[in-house]
Design a protein around this ligand. Structure first.
Ligand SMILES: *[C@@H]1O[C@H](CO)[C@@H](O)[C@H](O)[C@H]1NC(C)=O
Ligand SMILES: *[C@@H]1O[C@H](CO)[C@@H](O)[C@H](O)[C@H]1NC(C)=O
Ligand SMILES: *[C@@H]1O[C@H](CO)[C@@H](O)[C@H](O)[C@H]1NC(C)=O
Ligand SMILES: *[C@@H]1O[C@H](CO)[C@@H](O)[C@H](O)[C@H]1NC(C)=O
Ligand SMILES: *[C@@H]1O[C@H](CO)[C@@H](O)[C@H](O)[C@H]1NC(C)=O
Ligand SMILES: *[C@@H]1O[C@H](CO)[C@@H](O)[C@H](O)[C@H]1NC(C)=O
Ligand SMILES: *[C@@H]1O[C@H](CO)[C@@H](O)[C@H](O)[C@H]1NC(C)=O
Ligand SMILES: *[C@@H]1O[C@H](CO)[C@@H](O)[C@H](O)[C@H]1NC(C)=O
Ligand SMILES: *[C@@H]1O[C@H](CO)[C@@H](O)[C@H](O)[C@H]1NC(C)=O
Length: 561
């Protein structure tokens, strides 16, 4: 957006004023949820902190027991993907592994643990398959100390049932493995590379594979009898190759006592060690081959799936926005602005919001914007689980009251450098950040309660009751105001798609002194899975007109996300 001279004069309080460049336009239904999970890994504003599971690669796994969550999340993604048939365009990373856990090819706790770690984060905008890809990205990032950040695309669709079997197993011969990797889209060289990339972290657990790593019972019930693939099991680097080439490897799939299960030995030697020698010679080469092949692995999806571009972060992103209609004919816009720390380098940098009135498309003399005070303090900080984080973020809370007749269709974010006073305007690529004022849940007028319902034999189940009030602007134009609720088809595991429940809201009352009307409804659901997994949509329709407000979080009625 380029500002006209009048806009510039009307807006500018600082001597320097220029728009910032940002490629992305907010909101983006396909990527915003994953952008949040990917870039606010730890310590952010309402971050689920899932990445903490893989901090220092092993994360909350107990290294002495040989459990590595980094290795689990990477292995989980490979096993889910590896039943793909890339010629037919079927299978791939589609979450089907949750239906395949009883197969011999998926032995071990890793897959159930990964499912249980991520299933609470499944929403209509974050499939389990996308979360599995996210987990693999976190794992490789954490295990490589931030030196390998695999680009993440969104849009994977969860399978509704088990797929064919076909995960490579260690007792299979080289011809079987070569054919299996070819089916997955990796040629014989890439098979060697991908196996080396997968086997630079973690190891083989004797508890799961006693035929490979002898399981000798001892006094420690937690001992999984793990034999690691290389001597630096918590680092994603080329030791798996250097130790192989120097013949010092303790990788049980290379030098284990059981010759039948030495699959890595057969694979690594399959081209006369040419590929393994290259990987051993340069860790940079190893990292670059692994990044390329692991990215391809994550992007192996059924042919009907269309993935997005790699998810980039927004330098400036609105969060937790609320629009409240007040009894005195005013309205309050409040929320949080997330700002990339690189934009806040100078101390006392301030953030100011310019709200464009409903009757204007930008700030001008004819439609002057209302401006918040400069917000200096920030109260949270989002970070990565690994060093070399692409961006860290701070958060700024705002609140502005305007006459409801004036309203606000959108806002722009001005960042005023604390040292020079120079201003940069972030205008969402020329669009402004929409407020969505015309159809808004009224958090202060809504309630959410959880009841225990007695069942047979002293059992209880929980019921969640949402009493929802929504403010609708110029409601005369609409014939239908509806809330659409989503429930998991398979609660608990949280996958298999969604059932939808459309509930028409009832006109309640016009709000005195404004053009807003309240609509209400009451909605109850059984509370058997994560409360945050059920964002709902609002849709208002009338002759030739339709307005919506999507992905409203249940949590918003208790703690605003
Ligand atoms: C890790 O495992 C060891 C050996 O089994 C045990 O003694 C220790 O308490 C465990 N530590 C944690 C933090 O679970
Ligand atoms: C596998 O593909 C790569 C890249 O296209 C190529 O360099 C390599 O020679 C191929 N290997 C085999 C065995 O075909
Ligand atoms: C070696 O592994 C194969 C394949 O899993 C198994 O059938 C065989 O019993 C194992 N041999 C020993 C000595 O454990
Ligand atoms: C490692 O073993 C291979 C195969 O037995 C042999 O060709 C090679 O010379 C050995 N390398 C070293 C460094 O000992
Ligand atoms: C990880 O990288 C950081 C620099 O980004 C470095 O200071 C630290 O020592 C590294 N840690 C390890 C274990 O290599
Ligand atoms: C209500 O809408 C009408 C028609 O757009 C407008 O003239 C009037 O100023 C509005 N009143 C308020 C209080 O917003
Ligand atoms: C737009 O609304 C603002 C604030 O309510 C008012 O000051 C201005 O006169 C209006 N402009 C036009 C062109 O209607
Ligand atoms: C929510 O609505 C239900 C049904 O109308 C009612 O019984 C209940 O008391 C309401 N809860 C609250 C907290 O208002
Ligand atoms: C109201 O709108 C919803 C969502 O757009 C739609 O599913 C429903 O059929 C509509 N109801 C009527 C009575 O038009």
């Amino acid at each position: 957006m380029s500002f006209s001279q009048t806009a510039l004069l009307a807006l500018a309080s600082a001597s320097l004023w220029y728009p910032a460049l940002c490629k992305q336009v907010w909101p983006n239904a396909r990527t915003d949820r994953l952008e949040w999970l990917l870039y606010e890994q730890l310590g952010g504003y309402a971050s689920p902190g899932i990445a903490f599971f893989v901090h220092d690669c092993v994360g909350i796994g107990n290294e002495t027991q040989g459990i590595s969550f980094g290795a689990e999340w990477l292995r989980n993604a490979y096993h889910d993907m590896s039943t793909a048939d890339t010629i037919a365009g079927t299978g791939g990373l589609d979450g089907s592994i949750i239906y395949e856990l009883d197969r011999a090819e998926n032995v071990g706790h890793a897959f159930m643990e990964t499912r249980d770690s991520f299933s609470g984060l499944v929403t209509t905008r974050s499939s389990l398959a996308d979360l599995y890809a996210l987990g693999a990205v976190f794992a490789v990032g954490a295990c490589s100390n931030g030196s390998m950040i695999i680009p993440l695309r969104a849009g994977r669709i969860d399978a509704r049932e088990a797929g064919p079997s076909g995960v490579p197993e260690p007792q299979q011969d080289l011809a079987t493995h070569t054919a299996s990797f070819a089916r997955q889209g990796f040629n014989a060289t890439e098979m060697i590379e991908l196996v080396a990339c997968g086997h630079t972290i973690g190891g083989v657990h004797g508890i799961d594979f006693p035929e490979i790593v002898p399981f000798v019972p001892n006094d420690d019930p937690d001992d999984e009898h793990t034999s690691t693939f290389d001597t630096t099991t918590r680092f994603f680097e080329n030791k798996v190759a250097t130790e192989f080439i120097s013949n010092t490897t303790k990788n049980p799939l290379v030098s284990g006592a059981n010759v039948t299960t030495r699959s890595d030995d057969r694979i690594f030697n399959s081209d006369g060690r040419v590929t393994m020698r290259k990987l051993a010679q340069s860790n940079d080469y190893f990292a670059s081959r692994c990044s390329t092949l692991l990215e391809r692995m994550l992007n192996t999806v059924p042919k009907e799936v269309v993935l997005t571009e790699p998810i980039d972060y927004y330098p400036v992103k609105p969060r937790a926005a609320q629009v409240d209609i007040n009894a005195d004919g005013t309205m309050t816009f409040s929320g949080v602005i997330r700002v990339e720390d690189a934009l806040l380098a100078s101390p006392n940098t301030q953030v100011r919001l310019h709200f464009v009135p409903r009757n204007g498309s930008q700030c001008s003399d004819a439609t002057p914007c209302s401006v918040t005070n400069g917000i200096a303090g920030n109260f949270e900080h989002a970070n990565c689980v690994y060093t070399k984080c692409p961006a860290t973020f701070s958060f700024f809370e705002y609140s502005l009251v305007v006459p409801s007749e004036q309203g606000a269709s959108s806002f722009m974010v001005e960042i005023v450098n604390g040292g020079t006073g120079a201003s940069v305007i972030h205008d969402n690529n020329g669009n402004g950040f929409p407020t969505g004022e015309s159809l808004q849940p009224q958090y202060k007028l809504s309630t959410q309660e959880t009841f225990l319902i007695p069942g047979p034999d002293n059992t209880f189940s929980s019921k969640q009751q949402l009493n929802l009030t929504v403010a609708v602007l110029n409601a005369e134009q609409f014939t239908n105001v509806t809330a659409i609720f989503y429930e998991h088809k398979i609660p608990g595991v949280n996958t298999g798609g969604w059932t939808t429940d459309s509930v028409e809201l009832t006109l309640s009352q016009k709000v005195e002194g404004t053009n807003f009307t309240y609509y209400t409804t009451s909605y109850a659901r059984m509370f058997n899975d994560a409360i945050g997994a059920h964002p709902f949509d609002l849709v208002a329709t009338g002759p030739g007109v339709s307005v919506s407000n999507e992905f409203i979080d249940w949590n918003g009625f208790t703690s605003i996300m």
